[in-house]
Write a protein that binds this ligand. Structure first.
Ligand code: AMP
Ligand code: ZN
Length: 458
């Protein structure tokens, strides 16, 4: 299978060729676990989950190694701990659990590795020692800094020229660094802050070195794919490249991929602006995880995606249509199927999820038109195999419709059961009355050999 991916480093869409097809490696920067993730934070894990699924399909499940970290030590976490008067580990573990639960609801597969920064500090110290030894970094009282001037090709990912790097807003407490663009690898310990011993003085790691070290620990470099949101290109990923390449003498990652922003009213969703919605809020409002996932995949990953209720309503409608087709073919026997070629080709073309969803929709039409039992079985299997490759249609269809009616589902069940009883008793007036009552609630009843099922009317 030919997979093409847009590489931020080369600014081109190019064929993806892993270093070793038996060991395909991918790293995605994970959440900073000081506060619950919002729906914008969920975009990278969902997008790269689709890539993970596609790579597993292409190279085999065991051949793909995917690491997504937890940044569980950071200024924001320390501040949150002080403000709330709660120990750091208590905050980070609770947020991690919430994150895992949200990702589960969005059908995100568990990555192969989920390293925590705090559990990999010795690896970070080792990289920093290497950088000091080869002149790429220097220690001063406030910490250890990477010397940007010592790195000739610094700026190659973001396209920023060294001269432009006024990135210069000086950070408090970093007065002794040599150049404003130099960045912290290690921050000398301050009273009341967590710290680790190191040959260059007790302290804690900077954010960028965490990812460089965890990539080396979990996967070894160069990795095939490194991903994250577009806001991470500079400085985070630029700095990961600078550190890792200066320490190891070879590339950190061959393909760099970045998802566009999720916005609301065209403004980036972010905690600092305060325009956030969390997956939990949406789930509590009654939206299903898969509906949220579908909405997140409805735009190409590189494009911005504007979030609103209409997007969710549209996603729910499309999924209802898909589940309706599966439900109608509930009695068709299960047969094995590979995801259809046109569907896979859409995904393999730089993860074109809108095109893949259009193919999925064509498979629904196909399923709805299938007449012969063998055709029906095949159409259902095609649809489900395609769905699985993007993490959709993972629910039992009856469960899907029940869940989308929330608390009303029980009452609908009772009406359907009463109608089945009326029909059995040949009380057709009552049976018609119940059908109308159900129709009023937006429910369509489908009678088939194994009984009656219901779904939301299309
Ligand atoms: P953070 O927890 O802020 O470090 O962000 C975790 C991930 O979410 C990073 O890959 C960010 O690039 C990504 N991210 C943050 N905000 C958005 C947004 N509004 N849209 C898309 N991705 C985002
Ligand atoms: Zn990172």
């Amino acid at each position: 299978m030919k997979i093409q991916l847009t590489n931020t480093l080369t600014r081109r869409k190019e064929p993806f060729v892993p270093t070793d097809p038996k060991r395909v490696t991918m790293y995605v920067c994970g959440p900073t676990v000081y506060n619950v993730a919002h729906i914008g934070n969920a975009r990278p894990p969902v997008v790269f989950d689709v890539l993970f699924r596609l790579l597993r399909h292409a190279y085999g499940e065991k051949a793909v190694l995917y690491a997504r970290n937890y940044t569980d030590i950071d200024d924001k976490i320390i501040t949150a701990s002080i403000e709330r008067g709660v120990p750091i580990a208590e905050i980070t573990r609770a947020v991690e659990e919430q994150y895992e639960s949200d990702m589960g609801a969005l059908n995100v597969l568990t990555p192969t590795h989920r390293p925590r920064a705090t559990e990999n500090v010795p690896a970070m110290v080792a990289v920093i020692e290497k950088l000091i030894a080869n002149g790429a970094a220097y220690a001063v009282p406030s910490g250890v800094y990477f010397s940007v001037a010592a790195d000739e090709d610094y700026g190659k990912l973001s396209g920023r020229a060294q001269d432009d790097l006024k990135a210069g807003a000086r950070v408090d407490g970093e007065d002794d660094k040599r150049a404003s663009s130099d960045f912290a690898l290690w921050k000398a310990s301050k009273p009341g802050e967590p710290s680790w011993e190191a040959p260059f003085g007790a302290g804690r790691p900077g954010w960028h070195i965490e990812c460089s070290a965890m990539i080396e620990e979990e996967l070894g470099s160069p990795i095939d794919i490194h991903g994250g949101g577009i806001d991470l290109i500079f400085p985070h990923h630029e700095n990961e490249i600078a550190q890792s390449e200066s320490a190891h003498g070879h590339a950190l990652a061959r393909v760099w991929m970045h998802n566009g922003f999720l916005t609301m009213d065209k403004e980036k969703m972010s905690k600092s602006i305060g325009n956030i919605i969390t997956p939990r809020e949406l789930l509590e409002q009654g939206w299903q995880g898969e509906t949220i996932r579908y909405a997140l995949l409805s735009a190409h990953y590189k494009a911005p995606l504007d979030w609103n209720d209409e997007l969710l309503e549209q996603a729910q409608k499309s999924l209802d249509r898909m589940y309706g087709a599966v439900l109608r073919l509930n009695d068709a026997p299960d047969v094995d199927a590979e995801p259809p070629a046109a569907f896979v080709a859409a995904l393999a073309d730089d993860l074109n999820t809108p095109a893949a969803i259009a193919e999925l929709s064509a498979l629904v039409t196909n399923a709805n038109n299938a007449k012969k039992p063998a055709e029906q079985a095949q159409a259902k299997a095609d649809l489900l195999a395609a769905g699985a490759l993007v993490g959709l249609l993972q629910s039992d269809p009856e469960h899907w419709f029940r869940a989308s009616f929330g608390e009303q589902a029980g009452e609908i069940d009772a009406l359907v059961a009463a109608r089945v009883a009326a029909r059995a008793a040949k009380d057709y007036a009552e049976s018609d009355r119940l059908r109308d009552a159900l129709a009023e609630r937006g429910v369509e009843v489908m009678d088939n050999a194994s009984g009656s099922t219901w779904r939301r009317k299309g």
